[in-house]
Write a protein that binds this ligand. Structure first.
Ligand code: AMP
Length: 178
């Protein structure tokens, strides 16, 4: 299946969650068996040569793609969640949003020092979320081999933000002009 066909399976919902945002909804792609398999295979082709120890996915849609990728590679999966969701002892990082701050957390000890990690989310927009997750992983002594996304919104500069901080970033699909 071509990248254009994969892109065509992503639904765009205008003005969600607020006016002016074009929400790129990957659930329509996930609901398509051939499309989902193709997406995971393409993510695996990018990730496999880097030989990561662990895949880390960002809540919530990063869990779906990250877990599928981890299983395809035969590697473990670790979730990065919003504050207060993980039941065990956590380590976390606070980061600044457009309005206010937010916090990401990880179960303590699930990313040991020197672990080679690939970070996964469905989409990168401004890059703030992925950058915070990458910083949290580095604080654990991990090395972030790459941040990998299904979708990039290049006009929002997220990949450039990550790369300026030394985190290689790649996406399979780009929506220009968002
Ligand atoms: P950011 O921190 O700005 O890169 O935002 C990334 C997070 O917000 C990801 O977890 C995305 O799933 C979600 N997100 C931001 N903008 C959009 C959009 N236009 N369509 C779908 N998801 C988005």
């Amino acid at each position: 299946m071509s990248i254009d066909s994969l892109t065509g399976l992503i639904r765009t919902i205008p003005d969600f969650p607020k006016p002016g945002i074009q929400f790129r909804d990957v659930t329509t792609l996930l609901a398509d068996g051939a499309g989902f398999a193709e997406l995971v295979e393409r993510l695996a082709s990018v990730a496999r040569p880097l030989d990561p120890d662990l895949i880390v996915g960002i809540e919530a849609r990063g869990f779906i793609l990250g877990a599928a990728l981890a299983a395809a590679l035969g590697k473990g999966f670790v979730p990065v969640r919003k504050a207060g969701k993980l039941p065990g002892r956590t380590v976390g990082i606070d980061y600044v949003l457009e309005y206010g701050t937010d916090r990401l957390e990880l179960h303590e000890g699930q990313v040991p020092p020197d672990t080679r990690v690939i970070l996964v989310d469905d989409l990168i927009a401004t890059g703030g979320t992925a950058l915070a997750a990458a910083q949290l992983l580095r604080e654990q002594g991990a090395s972030v081999l790459m941040a990998l996304f299904a979708v990039d919104l290049p006009d929002l500069g997220g990949k450039a933000l990550l790369e300026a901080d030394g985190v290689a970033a790649q996406a399979l699909i780009a929506f220009e002009g968002d």
